[in-house]
Unconditional design. Sequence first.
Length: 770
Amino acid sequence: MADDLPRTPAPRHSPVGHDAGTPEYGGPTGGWGSLEGIAKALGEAQPSPDALRTLWRQNKTKGVMCTSCAWAKPAQPHLFEFCENGAKATVWEMTRKRVGPEFFAKHSAEELKTWPDHDLEAAGRLTHPMRFNHATGHWEETTWPEAYAEIGRELTEIGPEASVFYSSGHAGLETSYLYALFARAFGHMNLPQSSNMCHETTSVNLASTIGVPVGTCTLDDFEHCDAIFFFGQNTGSNSPRFLHQLQAAVERGCRIVTFNPVRERGLIEFASPQNAKQMTVGPTTKISEAFYQVRPGGDVAVLAGMMKRIFAAEAERPGEVLDHAFIAEHTEGLEEMQAAVEAAPWEEIERESGLTRAMIEDAAEVYLSARNVIGIYGMGLTQHVNGWLNLGMLVNLLLLRGNIGRRGAGISPVRGHSNVQGQRTVGIGEKPKHMPAEKLEELFGIDVPTEEGMNVVAASQGILDGKVKALISLGGNLVRALPDRERMEGAFPTLRLSVSIATKLNRSHLVPGEVSYLLPCLGRTDEDIQASGPQAVSMEDSLSHIYGSIGHGTPPSEHLRSELAIVAGIAKETLPESPRLRWDEWTADYGLVRDLIAETFPEAFHDFNDRLFTPGGFYRGNAARERKWNTETGKATFTAPTMLSALGENTTGDERMTLITLRSNDQFNTTIYGYSDRLRGLKGDRMVLLLNQDEIERLGLTEGQRVALVCALDDGVIRRVEGLAVTPYDLPPGCVAGYYPELNPLVPLSYHEKNSQTPAYKGTPVRLEV
Ligand SMILES: Nc1nc2c(c(=O)[nH]1)N[C@H]1C(S)=C(S)[C@@H](COP(=O)(O)OP(=O)(O)OC[C@H]3O[C@@H](n4cnc5c(=O)[nH]c(N)nc54)[C@H](O)[C@@H]3O)O[C@H]1N2
Ligand SMILES: Nc1nc2c(c(=O)[nH]1)N[C@H]1C(S)=C(S)[C@@H](COP(=O)(O)OP(=O)(O)OC[C@H]3O[C@@H](n4cnc5c(=O)[nH]c(N)nc54)[C@H](O)[C@@H]3O)O[C@H]1N2
Ligand SMILES: [Mo]
């Protein structure tokens, strides 16, 4: 279906649109296509008979909370409260296929390295604890007691300073709390987490501007907002259940304006799979009233332009445009920010954003027409060198009219992994402030270290330098997710100890250290029975609500242990015995761990066990929402722009282009479910290089030609990916796109956001080589 949304002005050479050979998905997001997507995943994954039952219970009270994204689970769920990707995640976990000792006897690690990511995970669920045998090159079966004992011995020998405990945002709050406690009791805070590659920009920069490391909105705000501004978040693919709230908002008259270099389908139109009428005769709901194809990193310029218009409106109608009372009472730094914005020339704003002044002023008028405004963003703002400026400018926009701390308004980062935010809330993080030391000393009699630990970038650098000798991974697939993949893959085997706690096989398991274990765990959909009976786990969503989750599926193997049991098993063998570290009792009853969480973080988690199954989750509170600003000055802070691009010094010029790495809707991070990117109309090949037709002609390329991309930052390391098929796509000039994780070798580890070290996966300068 064609759409009539305003478009980016034509690039310099010749006009580009969908007509310029751009493949485009014709249907709306959701709709029949999503049901087909689920059916296909159901077929290929060969789900167990429990899978349909689990789907029925997904995201409902006392059901299982989706293992895919972190979007909120409403108190009154839809009949099917899951989306295409949530369903894929469930059936993918609940497959009948198994990867056990026979599989590993047949396939060496070297052979498995030749398998694509999709095939490794599609092989099935891990079933037995395995130890790597370097003499044979194969993973071989071991026992849990042997594994725990050797890991404990090795960790003790290596010591805390050279040990790193990574976590990807899957594991529940109970396991995460114990993992964070284990690290501190052992003597380190080397607790890098997937959010270091993701919303760390949020944690650091929202904390400094508005005093909270997370968003301020709840679902209720989406029922009372008048306008929503979307920056760099691909809802249709990455948090599809959110489309229900957006659809309802649009239907009640809320205006949505989107900025994204890619015309992402989900933010254009949506047909609810829950709505029989929309599925058959339509009409579908148009989501964005305006969709602007901003250049990568150009959001700073867009926001500067919008604010220029707002300041001009205030000059025309003094006292009527800005929320002066709010600004006076709650903020500081307006003058400096206003001066910087007013000094920014429109010419530069247009160049950096790739949009016209008229477009940006139109967007500003939408902002001014609305009483309550929400700002939403994702990786398009965070994964840039100047991510801090992106966030600062969005916060500025909202503060100008008091759009934080009021019903129907606020800032809402959309988080990734289902419990990524919660893991941080209960202490996973490299900073002392992530867990109150006095409390831990009082509860457990341990000496908590005072020194800050390593985040993902520091830990990776430590692995490269040989400073880090032990790596425990609670989920995840670091060697595929990290920047600088070639260098990182080369360094992983130099680790003395590497331990992966995982549900499925992935590439990180094929670069084992000297002593290496692969420990299979229960997934969230699996029934978890311990000595005190069946257990629930819990997680926190993007909107700071906390839910219990109960798995009902028959575990894929009797040899699996829960994540909590594995963390406790390793901790017990590593730390000196203490009557106050009751690893066995905690494993027997996770409720005891929830009591500890409540004691450690009483404000957020009081009466945790009683509130575990509150419909819609229980809210842990948010100071900025109450207009209490836990910043250095006690006020919300405006950020003065020091430049007009999030790309830092690497903005425009020469033959360099800006690479953005994308996710398809057929992957969850490094888990590749399949090779179709339905919503973008792409299919069959992930080794593609997307660029607009005009650029293809200018560079003398032909569609389908295989080219190489090289990183254009010069630090003596050659970073190159070959064999990318030239694919015309509607992108702004100077912008190329390709898939994560295939293009990760191009992003330097040192190329990251200034304050938080989030890798600049959306703004890497590259050159094309034929
Ligand atoms: N199906 C599925 N769901 C997922 C995931 C998945 O891989 N698959 N991953 C999960 C995780 S961990 C996360 S963090 C989230 C990620 O979800 P998102 O935050 O949506 O992340 P991305 O898809 O990486 O990129 C978001 C958008 O940013 C745009 N973009 C790139 N550069 C810029 C820019 O400079 N400015 C603007 N305005 N936009 C830009 C891209 O075109 C893209 O549409 O999703 C979670 N949910
Ligand atoms: N170029 C580029 N790189 C990126 C990004 C990007 O946009 N562009 N995005 C970044 C982002 S936002 C993130 S969050 C990271 C993601 O980085 P990670 O979190 O490290 O990677 P995932 O792909 O989510 O991890 C997948 C693996 O987790 C394991 N797993 C799945 N479920 C469970 C479970 O329940 N328990 C346990 N223990 N293991 C489980 C499986 O073995 C699976 O293979 O990647 C980052 N890398
Ligand atoms: Mo993420």
